[in-house]
Design a protein around this ligand. Structure first.
Ligand SMILES: [Zn+2]
Length: 396
């Protein structure tokens, strides 16, 4: 324990330095992240890591997957440390200081992404030399993805590439902010926008137009009806709160005034399924209501009328697995057996679907993620370093 604390103290300043560097890269979802990826790749390749990148050509974004085999050449059974490189936008006016310049105060580091989740990436990079200097029994992999915050667009590209290479992985740790607790499951997150196009006209004769706002309201009512069905479909055993899939309409935009028939309306809505089938249930039913009921009525008056549902993203849920290797590994490393479930989405479901035992555990509290003046505490970063050093000790 004593020597371990010494090691933590030794690498902590470097961790803060790396975190400050990472915060400087303004990697808001959708923006290029090449510079940050290059920075990480450079650090890891100096240690002898073998890297591969998967690139989203159109937007200049990349995922990095780097492997340290240690001194021996190893194959398979490795452990993946995974973090997303993108951050949510920050409006500088609301912040006490520049969101992209790390600021230390009261044993906390402030900055966009400090908590979600560049803090974890910084810890993995700071510990990487310790992995590299030893004879590992299993490889350690560093996985840094793009665009997690916008429906996990980066990870599928990387996972498809890993599949081609046919390497075995024994566990994946996703370092989203969980206050270093093992998270064993989360709901899925499906996001949709539905566009309604009708026919405008004078409000004195509504029947000659097709009111997009009114059709959007009927569509919403159907969604709310289906929401009640979701409650009835609640699984018998679940740790989630609420224990059923939820549906919510977040935004409705349409119309220009009282006396004009609205020809456009847009509906933003989401579903958080406890089981994938619930998401499919909603899609199937709302699509059939659109095709069989709403559209025929609209087209009778105006054949060009449309209802177009666009899927912004469908983040797969992360299911609880009994005897999960990854969860046991984390509980073992942290000495904390208080497993929990959360209501925010991560890339965990994607890794799990890929066949890798996965757990979510990382520094910082989700309460600080996505907020103005986002921060991570020194204590949380140190706990994460401790976990990673213990992991290294397990692998030698
Ligand atoms: Zn995150």
């Amino acid at each position: 324990m004593g020597t371990q604390n010494k090691v933590i103290d030794q690498i902590f300043p470097e961790t803060l330095k790396i975190l400050s560097d990472l915060i400087k890269f303004q990697t808001v979802s959708g923006a290029p992240n090449f510079k940050l990826i290059e920075y990480c790749e450079k650090k890891l390749s100096k240690l002898g890591a073998i890297s591969s990148k998967t690139i989203n050509e159109s937007t200049q974004q990349a995922n990095l997957f780097s492997t340290i085999n240690g001194k021996k050449k190893l194959n398979g059974g490795g452990i993946i440390l995974s973090g997303h490189t993108d951050v949510v936008p920050a409006s500088p006016k609301e912040w006490s200081s520049d969101p992209y310049v790390a600021r230390e105060k009261d044993n906390k580091i402030y900055g966009r992404g400090s908590c979600d989740m560049k803090g974890f990436i910084a810890c993995t990079l700071a510990v990487a030399p310790l992995f590299a200097s030893e004879n590992l029994k299993k490889p350690i992999h560093f996985s840094y993805t793009f665009d997690e915050e916008t429906a996990c667009l980066g990870a599928p590209l990387m996972l498809a590439d890993l599949k081609k290479r046919k390497i075995d992985y024994s566990a994946c740790i996703i370092g989203e902010p969980t206050s270093m607790k093992a998270i064993t499951a989360h709901k899925g997150y499906n996001e949709y926008v539905t566009y309604f196009t009708g026919l405008s006209g004078h409000a004195s004769n509504p029947e000659r137009g097709v009111n997009a706002v009114e059709y959007a309201i009927r569509y919403s009512n159907k969604l709310m009806e289906l929401r009640n069905e979701l409650k009835k479909r609640k699984p018998k055993r679940t740790l989630f709160s609420p224990p059923y899939s939820t549906l919510q309409i977040g935004k409705i935009t349409g119309g220009i005034g009282t006396n004009v028939i609205a020809d456009r309306c847009i509906l933003d809505w989401e579903v958080r399924p406890v089981a994938r089938e619930d998401g499919e249930f909603i899609n199937k039913n709302i699509d059939s209501y659109t095709e069989k009921t709403l559209l025929p009525e609209m087209k009778k008056i105006y054949p060009e009328a449309t209802i177009n549902k666009v899927t912004v993203g469908e983040v797969v849920g992360f299911d609880e697995k009994e005897g999960s290797e990854a969860v046991n590994l984390i509980c073992n490393l942290t000495g904390d057996n208080s497993k929990d479930v959360v209501s925010f989405g991560t890339e965990a479901g994607l890794f799990q679907k890929f066949g890798i035992s996965t757990v979510v555990c990382g520094p910082g509290s989700i309460e600080q993620a996505h907020t103005v003046d986002e921060y991570v505490t020194f204590d949380q970063l140190k706990l994460c370093l401790k976990m990673l050093i213990d992991l290294r000790d397990k692998l030698i």
